[in-house]
Design a protein around this ligand. Sequence first.
Ligand code: HEC
Ligand code: HEC
Length: 285
Amino acid sequence: MMDRRMMAGIAVVALFSVAMGCVPPPRVAGPAEATAVVERNGAVDALFSPPSPDTIPGDLRGEQIRLGYKMVVDTQGYGKRYVGNALNCTNCHLDAGLTPGAAPFVGISVLYPEYRARAGRKMSLTDRINECFERSMNGRALPPDSTKLAAIVAYIDWLSKNVPPGSAVPWRGIPRITSTHSPDPVSGKQVFERRCVFCHGTDGQGTMAAPPVWGPGSYNVGAGMARVSVAAAFIKANMPRGWGWSLTDEEAFDVAAYINSQPRPDFPGKARDWPNGGKPADAPY
Ligand code: HEC
Ligand code: HEC
């Protein structure tokens, strides 16, 4: 499983590092192409193929999909009651979950339910969305019968409609970078000053141009982004915004270590994480 994801990550890196420091738009396949699948290692591979917005139905289901999209891009407005920081889902799931390299939502419906080691149980897509509400958004879970929760699921299901069940979804997640370099927050502070303050502010609290990266408006310690390896991977692929792949692996690790060494909200449920073991070495607690 890990191996497969790492392989997929390497493939994605190879695919997107061809252009000089700039991520080209993903190749979008037409529906006919998308359903042309090949068998490999027993799993079915599909192409990254987000549907065209004109395929959103004009009925209630379409309304639900559109509400889900709004929840993702304007979580502050539409999901206000459940959010405890200054972020929107799309700040990390870039372009409303359409960007490979930034944990895209395309295709992921087919992967759930799935066992997750952090929770120590099988999780549905709704459970996984609520994890991001509680951690990345430092907020609280939406009730299981919530229309807004169902709307986000409808949006992700719609984005997954061209991906056949059983697909490996090779573009999933954030392509991890492996480095033997031990992350150095002191060098990371310099990287931050040179490459990040312009948008995120000298105090990391965000500006009109970008959201906060630490402090009360940021993700909490229980979030995936609070792990240095995850933040480094995200930063490498996507930051500075519009100039992904322009930092070295060392710079990405150092700046990730720097921002994650700054204060951020706690996550009260953290003591219950990884109940059956498997806690990653860079978990901050
Ligand atoms: C040109 C402006 C710009 C620069 C420079 C920039 N960012 Fe960002 N960053 C953004 C924007 C905008 C977002 C939110 C993306 C969106 O909503 O589309 C973001 C999102 C993020 C996020 C995820 C959301 C959050 O706030 O936690 C992290 C982490 C991050 N940036 C780190 C960095 C780091 C580290 C650097 C320096 C290497 C950097 N950024 C440089 C504009 C920038
Ligand atoms: C601070 C950044 C951040 C924010 C904000 C955020 N997420 Fe996430 N999300 C992540 C990370 C990191 C992952 C795990 C990616 C990985 O492991 O490669 C993730 C994973 C997910 C997944 C599972 C993806 C998969 O491949 O199975 C879903 C679904 C999800 N988030 C939904 C949301 C929703 C909905 C919101 C807004 C309510 C949100 N996230 C806000 C960072 C964030």
